[in-house]
Design a protein around this ligand. Structure first.
Ligand SMILES: Nc1ncnc2c1ncn2[C@@H]1O[C@H](COP(=O)(O)OP(=O)(O)OP(=O)(O)O)[C@@H](O)[C@H]1O
Length: 899
């Protein structure tokens, strides 16, 4: 009563007419997108009152039921919602109901049917049938008292996790019981039928089964699967919607709100939702006490009206309250809230859900992949294990041209095969070997052959596979790899590209970015230390950069042996061609073919050779040839060296002429300089990488040392393209830049590394550092180096110019023939210029028809002028300055177009 007194004193004016008016509004009763047919709302409300608990006596409100509001008269079947009526719930056990169960009222049954009709649309027929059976059981037996109590509680207090769990438990029990009772009935029916027909006519299990099937139910079968869960979920939903009324709402206008509620003092609170709607909360007690039939008295019913803006709404409410003389202290409270749509709610949780889904997926993958992948397999080694019997078929006979490396590594094989032989003499078994060498020289192949020969399992892994973004993963993979290896002794572990993890550890001055790599390396060091001497695990590692490896890795006791795998020699190449030609169909004389190809491919590694052979077979196949011929091999080699022929690149006639004279200059120098490499082929067909023409030379065998004369002749020959241009055209082109690059590098090496300049002397300056901040020499030395390099290049230029001036006519002959034919071979040059006036290397003569006689037009050619120049101290012919590594193969001189 106290609260009643506090309201604006307009209660007296509140008439039943108010509710009639609001209820008669032509707008839809509910704006909610409820899935329940509209009339059901009315039933739901009625139900709520019917099941409401008794109000306490001390609440002195008028409980005289009023007339139903307009539009709701027919909903009560002319009875009061308070009276149980014919459809009211019967008591426990009444009318033969099950003990502990309350039957449904007529309205409830009706709602149940209507809701089910609505819900089952679009549902699979079998599921619909199962739900229908459960509902039929509910109609027959009613619902357990406990369930009804739970529903009452929910309609009063809303759904809580506890009540939801209870609802789920009770409905799933009911669903299960329904299946069980049906099973019992089916069994009973089958038995009765059997008894009726007598033993002779026993239909047998097959028939009763057929019957069961016909009913869509198999006796003895209770499906505790997804289907049962779905049945329980749908039944719970239907029961919940029948017993717990959902929120009803009704849209009204400001004027209706003002005249029917505000002016009457019935408004308890206003809530502005999402700044565009206002929810009106009324004093339910006051409305309900006087007019219990009104929907507005229900706890779940709200009126709404729309507002243009919050400001105008506040102004109007303010003005209205002023008009009504409501004191400031008693004004209607206004709250603000924003309601999220389902989409908003989903978007809010989407990242979390995605994260959880991702984690679940990764962990599942981890499980299903046997732990090899996924988050839980992260620390596992990714090494592939090859079984010696099935997988590793490579033998030492497949590895050609590296006899020394093979001999060294063969020791590992005999150690794995007969460890006792070493141990009895007290020898320690070597732990491992590092195979180092340029790419494609056959390091992996050699390691595989070791495994193949020794007949032991072979674990192959690449250094980069230890590198992962997570700290500690690399080390854990190393541990796992070695643990696996120990389980499979004797065996071989091969770590390819070990420089990915085995680089020298930093001094810690420049940040800690390599921490993970160093941890991995430390783990390898530890594991290699950890082998006891009797453990037959050999670790082989391959790298192209042995120079950058950590010293600790190379120390005895770890990678004891350092096996260098160099590019093959002439003989080695022959053998490698032999290995790869085995698979090729060719009618050529194999011995001659191998030799000629080996002579044609100085500097090629095993992988290049394998590629060449394959390329030749592809070219032959493209031309529909029956077997692979010499020309196919030559084309393949040219393609590997110079790139693909560019037939689409058409040069202008004057450009072509320039290229022809440029290349003819190279050809003439190669022909007439004693120490120049003999020319093999000259071409003005554009090729890949911007080459407009090229001249191919062959070295006099594999070169490991070069003396000053050889270097000067080679430099002069390299400059010949530009010199020829100068001699035959008014201006020069940009095409010689690649030649200048080579010449400069050669001259610089002569001065700074090979001690071939008197002025600089016998000092080695490392040019490793184009990035070096400080050059390791003084400004004066730098100037002297520049002077000396220029002097040497100038001398080479002069030597070249002298020759070309003398042989201007020959250049013209060669260039014009080149323009006509585009490609000239050595035979063409012999035809045009006569035989080369110097002895060729034996191999060269054998495979390319070189002639040792000095007769012919070139016989009167002067010797290299360097011979007596005196400016450069020429080393003895058998000595000379060492070139690092094996001798550089003379790259083809390339006439480059502007990049
Ligand atoms: N000595 C050889 N004899 C026969 N074939 C060879 C030889 N060397 C290389 N090859 C061929 O080249 C291929 C590549 O060789 P491989 O992978 O062993 O080179 P690698 O030195 O390990 O290269 P990388 O340093 O780039 O790892 C081999 O599969 C083989 O076909």
């Amino acid at each position: 009563m106290a609260s009643l007194l506090r309201q604006p004193a307009h209660l007296a004016r509140f008439t039943r007419q108010t509710l009639y008016t609001t209820s008669r509004s032509s707008r839809p009763l509910s704006l909610r997108p409820a899935s329940i047919p509209r009339p059901l709302f009315a039933y739901q409300r009625i139900r709520q009152y019917a099941t409401q608990p008794e109000e306490p006596n001390d609440k002195k409100v008028d409980k005289t039921p009023g007339k139903p509001p307009a539009g709701f008269e027919g909903f009560y079947d002319n009875g009061s919602p308070m009276s149980p009526g014919p459809g009211g719930p019967k008591k426990d056990g009444e009318n033969g109901t099950k003990p502990g169960y309350t039957p449904l009222t007529k309205e409830e049954e009706k709602q149940l049917t209507e809701l089910f009709t609505h819900v089952k649309k679009g549902m699979p027929a079998s599921l619909g049938e199962d739900i229908d059976k459960t509902l039929a059981q509910i109609r027959k037996d009613g619902i357990p008292n406990e369930l009804r109590d739970t529903m009452n509680e929910m309609s009063k207090n809303g759904m809580t996790p506890a009540s939801a769990a209870k609802l789920w438990r009770l409905t799933s029990q009911m669903a299960r019981k329904s299946v069980e009772s049906e099973r019992a009935e089916a069994k009973k029916a089958a038995e009765a039928e059997g008894a009726q027909k007598g033993g002779a006519h026993d239909p047998g299990p097959g028939k009763s089964k057929a019957k069961g099937k016909q009913e869509g139910f198999q006796p003895g079968e209770i499906r505790l699967d997804l289907n049962n869960i779905l049945i329980s979920a749908f039944v719970s939903y239907i029961l919940y919607r029948v017993f717990v009324p959902s929120e009803n709402s009704k849209e009204i206008t400001w004027e209706e709100f003002r005249s029917h509620f505000m002016d009457k003092g019935l408004v308890e609170k206003l809530v502005v939702v999402n700044n565009n709607r206002v929810r009106v909360s009324l004093h339910r007690d006051q409305v309900g006490a006087m007019y219990p039939d009104s929907p507005a008295a229900s706890g779940n019913f709200h009126y709404y009206f729309t507002i243009g803006s919050v400001e105008s709404f506040e102004r109007r409410v303010d003005e209205a309250q002023k008009d009504l003389d409501i004191p400031t202290s008693e004004r209607i409270p206004v709250a603000y809230e924003s309601e999220g749509t389902w989409l908003n709610i989903f978007l809010t949780f989407a990242p979390t859900l995605l994260f959880i889904a991702g984690l679940t997926w990764m962990s599942r993958r981890g499980m299903s992949g046997g732990g090899q992948s996924g988050i839980f397999g992260m620390g596992r080694s990714r090494a592939r294990k090859f079984n010696h019997e099935t997988d590793v078929k490579v033998k030492f006979s497949d590895v050609a041209g590296m006899d020394e490396a093979k001999t060294e590594i063969m020791e590992f094989v005999s150690f794995l095969k007969e460890p006792g032989m070493y141990q009895k003499l007290g020898a320690k078994i070597p732990r491992g070997a590092i195979l180092s060498g340029p790419p494609g020289t056959g390091k992996t192949l050699l390691a595989k052959a070791t495994a193949g020969e020794s007949g032991v399992p072979f674990f192959s892994v690449s250094g980069s596979e230890f590198v992962e973004m997570f700290v500690g993963v690399g080390a854990s993979r190393v541990r796992d790899l070695f643990a696996n290896a120990r389980k499979n002794t004797p065996c071989i572990i091969f770590i390819d590209e070990i420089d990915a993890i085995g680089k020298a550890r930093g001094n810690g001055k420049f940040g800690g970015g390599n921490e993970e790599r160093e941890t991995t390396l430390n783990q390898i060091l530890t594991e290699m230390d950890g082998f006891n001497t009797s453990e037959q695990v050999v670790v082989l590692a391959g790298t192209n950069r042995a120079d950058v490896l950590d010293k600790a890795l190379m120390r005895p006791g770890r990678f004891d042996r350092h096996i260098s795998v160099d590019p093959p020699t002439m003989d080695g190449r022959k053998q490698i061609f032999g290995v790869h030609l085995k698979k090729i169909v060719t009618k050529e004389d194999l011995e001659y073919l191998k030799g000629r190809l080996a002579a044609l491919t100085p500097g090629f590694a095993g992988a290049d050779i394998a590629n060449c052979v394959n390329e030749a077979a592809l070219i032959a196949a493209r031309g529909n040839a029956e077997s692979v011929a010499m020309t196919h091999f030559e084309q393949a080699i040219e393609r590997v060296i110079g790139g693909l022929e560019k037939k689409s690149l058409v040069l202008k006639p004057e450009e072509k002429r320039t290229v022809a004279y440029h290349e003819a200059g190279h050809a003439i120098c190669g022909w007439y300089f004693r120490y120049a490499d003999p020319l093999l082929k000259v071409s003005i067909i554009p090729r890949g990488q911007g080459a407009l023409g090229y001249a191919q030379y062959l070295p006099n065998g594999d070169t490991y040392l070069m003396n000053v004369r050889q270097l000067m002749d080679r430099m002069a020959m390299t400059l010949a393209g530009r010199v020829s241009e100068e001699l035959h055209f008014e201006t020069v082109t940009s095409g010689a830049s690649d030649d200048f690059n080579k010449v400069t590098r050669m001259a610089t090496a002569m001065v700074t590394k090979w001690g071939m300049s008197e002025k600089i002397g016998y000092i080695y300056y490392d040019d490793d550092g184009q990035q070096q901040l400080h050059k390791p020499f003084s400004e004066e030395t730098a100037r002297n180096i520049d002077i000396e390099v220029k002097r040497i290049v100038d001398e080479a230029y002069k030597q070249c110019k002298d020759l070309l001036l003398e042989k201007k006519k020959e250049i013209g002959i060669v260039a014009e023939e080149l323009l006509r034919k585009e490609v000239l071979s050595r035979d063409d040059l012999i035809r045009l210029l006569g035989p080369r006036p110097f002895d060729d290397h034996a191999d060269f003569s054998k495979y390319f028809g070189g002639r040792g006689d000095r007769e012919g037009p070139g016989a009167d050619v002067p010797e290299s002028p360097n011979k007596d120049s005196g400016k450069i101290d020429p080393p003895a012919e058998d000595g000379g300055s060492p070139l690092p590594g094996s001798g550089p193969a003379p790259a083809p001189t390339i006439f480059k177009r502007i990049e």
